[in-house]
Design a binder for this molecule. Sequence first.
Ligand SMILES: Cc1cc2nc3c(=O)[nH]c(=O)nc-3n(C[C@H](O)[C@H](O)[C@H](O)COP(=O)(O)OP(=O)(O)OC[C@H]3O[C@@H](n4cnc5c(N)ncnc54)[C@H](O)[C@@H]3O)c2cc1C
Length: 290
Amino acid sequence: MYLPDFDYYAPESLAEATALLVELGPAAKPLAGGTDILVKMKNGLASPSALVSLKNLTELRDIRWEPGRGLVIGALATHNQIRDSEVVQQHFLSISQAAHQLANNQIRNRGTIGGNLVNAIPSADLPPILIALGASVTMVGPDGARTVPLESFFTGPSCCVIEPEGEILTEIVIPEQDTTGSTYIKFGLRKSGALAVVGVATAVTMDGDVIRKARICLGAVYKVPVLAEEAAKVIEGKTWSDELLEQAGRTAVGCCLPISDIRGSDEYRRDLVRVFTRRALKRAITQGHV
Ligand SMILES: Cc1cc2nc3c(=O)[nH]c(=O)nc-3n(C[C@H](O)[C@H](O)[C@H](O)COP(=O)(O)OP(=O)(O)OC[C@H]3O[C@@H](n4cnc5c(N)ncnc54)[C@H](O)[C@@H]3O)c2cc1C
């Protein structure tokens, strides 16, 4: 389990990093926290010719609130930084709580939000809550910057729209919104350090007891994190009740196509989707914070 040989670069600016990635070609990869790519390299699952460390791009570690825009999280913010950020907790406590559910303390200290998204594994913990809250992501490459909604960022397991030649994910923006409650709940086989067998994020806008708007995003049960739009339609405009949320849970099952693997059968995952959708909706409706 030794790392294969590779060249290492640590550019001082974003412009230098993108230029370097273009020059080195697609066999070179950005390096953020290294919790995924170094493990893959050690296991022989990746063999980049060069790693371009983003560690000197300190501006990409920033987390801030921009009035009129929303919560801006730099791609190099670590999971523990997001979990502990007062700005995140003040505006979207559910994102802080989702970051806390990811992996274990060592991984959270090094792993970044950017790496979590570009990694694009269907069971990743941050995409569902970010998609439920309508986040967008910005990438900077040789042709400039572009921003896409996170819900259209993922194209398949371990695949996303980022261009392999020189594009770097720079920031994630969660827009200002009238959401009244949101949450992410995950079922893993251990309390800590386990990937999600199923993860469900919900965001609701309540008007008294009436659900005005709902977004439900399912993780680990499709090739990409998936919005359960049909399930949201079942409850929007209605007064909430346990029966209604159960109906939404049953409808959400129809929005996923889970695999069977060592962590659970497809049938088991479908049942978890039903139960966790119902629970996540109830928590978002009743807990009183976003
Ligand atoms: C023991 C263990 C447990 C884990 N548990 C979980 C878990 O419970 N939940 C979960 O979601 N994940 C889990 N992970 C996966 C991983 O740790 C996280 O996804 C982490 O956030 C990856 O971030 P990183 O900064 O370490 O990425 P890196 O390993 O540095 O990079 C990952 C990939 O993204 C690319 N990349 C990174 N940053 C950028 C950027 N800004 N722009 C362009 N490309 C970029 C790299 O080139 C690489 O291909 C676990 C990993 C381990 C080893």
